[in-house]
Design a protein around this ligand. Structure first.
Ligand SMILES: NC(=O)c1ccc[n+]([C@@H]2O[C@H](COP(=O)([O-])OP(=O)(O)OC[C@H]3O[C@@H](n4cnc5c(N)ncnc54)[C@H](OP(=O)(O)O)[C@@H]3O)[C@@H](O)[C@H]2O)c1
Length: 291
């Protein structure tokens, strides 16, 4: 039997988009984000970065955020993004494979790209990776990350979302390199025009991209001052397999300290369970009990 045609509600007329407000990655006449031009620079790089940030914001059309993102808040997967990962180690490779599997365009950034040809992933120099990226991920040793980012330069990073996964630990993992602060805070302080989001550093690299292989995913934390940057990061976490209900926004970038300093408890738990492949989960009372 032929299907009965269903009645369709007539679509409301589409609003006219005024000239100059086309939400494409082309630069509009007056970017909303206009970083100051340092002496000796033409401002071209900064303008391109400003346009990129604006294009990202327009592309994702985030819903207004009035406070921290709570588990269960609606998030959707993002359209394919160019993700540059600084570092070519365990974390960078794991995340690159995870995001590539989700359809993103990934590029690893190395100090010596010519020596990293056999990784099965595209690799470029640090500057080229930063220039390529809509989103940059810091997956370098936390004790050197700020200097490494300075070598790329603040103008090249301005307006680019930086997802920071690093933890500053001494070579023997016995001490924090930023005991009274955090790498996330130091990066945000050094690069004020670059929204920084700290996440994923409370687990092993295998768990970062395979939370579904645990008995349950547990909790992944987000710290950062920019609500839109956190929403975009949340969507990228969704693409790695983190359900929206597992993502917990714990506040501004100062809360990165808690995530990073968790490293010692992580090592203790690993010793207790005899494995690095685990996660922790935030649990609350059944009845509403908030402040
Ligand atoms: N491994 C984990 O499970 C895990 C979990 C949570 C957080 N983290 C944090 O994530 C970051 C990356 O961890 P990872 O395990 O991927 O480290 P890794 O295997 O040692 O890789 C770090 C990468 O950073 C690059 N790099 C840039 N400057 C460097 C320098 N001065 N010395 C050494 N490497 C340098 C290197 O790539 P090129 O040589 O190609 O430049 C290297 O491959 C660290 O901050 C770590 O604390 C790791």
């Amino acid at each position: 039997m032929a299907p009965t045609p269903t009645a369709r509600t007539p679509e409301p007329p589409r609003p006219r988009i005024p000239r100059g407000s086309d939400p494409t990655p082309r630069c509009p006449a007056r970017p909303r984000f206009s970083p100051p031009v340092p002496a000796g620079r033409t401002g071209g790089v900064l303008r391109r970065r400003a346009c990129r940030l604006q294009a990202l914001r327009l592309r994702y059309r985030p819903a207004p955020v009035s406070g921290p993102i709570r588990p269960g808040a609606p998030l959707a997967s993002v359209s394919p993004m160019r993700i540059g990962l600084l570092g070519t180690g365990n974390v960078a490779r794991a995340l690159a494979h995870g995001w590539r599997a989700a359809g993103h365009d990934v590029l690893l950034g190395s100090r010596r790209p010519e020596e990293r040809a056999g990784l099965g992933l595209p690799v470029a120099g640090l500057d080229e990776t930063a220039a390529h990226a809509d989103v940059l991920v810091n997956a370098t040793p936390g004790g050197v990350s700020v200097d490494l980012l300075h070598s790329i330069g603040a103008p090249a990073l301005a307006g680019t979302l930086l997802v920071d996964v690093g933890v500053g630990l001494s070579d023997d993992f016995s001490a924090l390199t930023h005991p009274n602060s955090s790498l996330g805070e130091l990066i945000q302080e050094a690069f004020p025009l670059t929204p920084v989001v700290k996440t994923l550093c409370t687990m092993d690299s295998t768990t970062m991209t395979a939370p579904g292989e645990l008995t349950e995913p547990g909790t992944v934390f987000l710290s950062g001052d920019d609500a839109e940057a956190k929403r975009t990061t949340g969507r990228l976490l969704t693409d790695l397999g983190w359900p929206e209900s597992s993502q917990l926004d714990i506040g501004g970038i100062t809360t990165a300290r808690g995530q990073e300093h968790f490293a010692f408890l992580f090592m203790g738990i690993a010793g207790g369970v005899g494995s690095h492949t685990f996660n922790i989960k935030v649990v609350t009372r059944r009845s509403a009990d908030t402040f």
